[in-house]
Design a protein around this ligand. Structure first.
Ligand code: RET
Length: 288
């Protein structure tokens, strides 16, 4: 006899909702494009890591590591998505072959990528060594607490909303603490940036808030209802957040350190920027 599962035991709402062909295919597509983009840009970051001055090369290299880690995790989400649904009649039904889908793997992946993304910021802003370590640690501690309390809370999304909301609030408190720490690093970034790049840290700050802020929205979304739309929109939100907070963020930081290398007199970086609008600002700042 097949026991009817208790919805609360199903973890994620993906295991409760049947999807139309359009919704199922859109979900596959979103996950596929996400892992594809991360793997492709791993190559980009490895290759461009030769352009900035040696002291900044670790910034694109760390982005390549983040791309590999996130790409593998998203590939796993994709294969799990494929395995967890079965086309029956006219709909894709969950729990195919007893396989459950989960978003919890994402949280495991963030445990690796988030500390790297935060440390990358402090390295790009060229914080001096002892301060770099202290500030990175002060960001990583609240970030990990935010992720792990959220991981526990998200197991409640399929029915136990007091678990979802209680741990969501606890996690948000750690997020606020993290935001304060990041703000401190951004302020140091403004102070330490060369004149033509002074606007970058504050722009990165707003970009950070806008992109990291998408994750709690995705977390809370199941409360809008257990529907195919919510399932697909949430995967979309996660993907937009992933591509912007890791990939595009990596592009921004890599560009920042490239410009900074040129300003600090590293000739190959200045040559690499030659045809770009930044080049004239850099040349002007050096009195060329
Ligand atoms: C959770 C739980 C609900 C409350 C808050 C959350 C914040 C998550 C964030 C995640 C960022 C992840 C990144 C991953 C990159 O690889 C945990 C969803 C505030 C901000 C940047």
């Amino acid at each position: 006899m097949i026991a009817v599962p208790d919805p609360e035991q199903l973890g994620n709402i993906e295991n409760i909702v049947s999807l139309t062909t359009g919704q199922y295919t859109t979900g596959s597509l979103i996950l596929m494009v996400s892992y594809g983009a991360h793997f492709a840009f791993m190559l980009y970051f490895i290759m461009m890591s030769f352009q900035p001055a040696p002291r900044y090369r670790i910034v694109p290299i760390l982005s390549a590591v983040v791309m590999a880690s996130a790409g593998l995790s998203l590939l796993r989400e994709y294969t799990l998505w494929q395995e967890s649904y079965q086309f029956v009649g006219s709909m894709y039904l969950p729990l195919a072959e007893g396989e459950t889908f989960t978003n919890a793997f994402r949280y495991g992946n963030w445990t690796i990528t988030v500390p790297i993304l935060l440390t990358q910021l402090a390295i790009a802003f060229a914080l001096p060594r002892p301060e770099l370590h202290v500030r990175s640690l002060r960001m990583i501690v609240p970030a990990l607490l935010m992720i792990w309390t959220g991981l526990y809370g998200q197991f409640g999304e399929a029915g136990d909303w007091s678990q979802l909301n209680f741990w969501g609030v606890v996690s948000t408190l750690f997020f606020v603490w993290l935001i304060v720490e990041v703000r401190g690093v951004v302020k140091r970034g403004i102070a330490l940036s060369p004149e033509p790049l002074k606007a970058w840290p504050s722009n990165i700050w707003w970009y950070f808030l806008a992109t990291w802020g998408l994750y709690p929205i995705a977390y809370a979304l199941p409360q809008l209802g257990f529907t195919g739309e919510v399932v697909v929109v949430r995967q979309l939100l996660y993907s937009i957040a992933d591509v912007s907070s890791k990939l595009v963020y990596g592009l921004i930081l890599s560009r920042y350190v490239l410009c900074r290398s040129a300003i600090e007199g590293y000739v190959p970086a200045a040559e690499a920027l030659d045809t770009h609008p930044e080049a004239s600002a850099i040349a002007a700042s050096r009195g060329d």
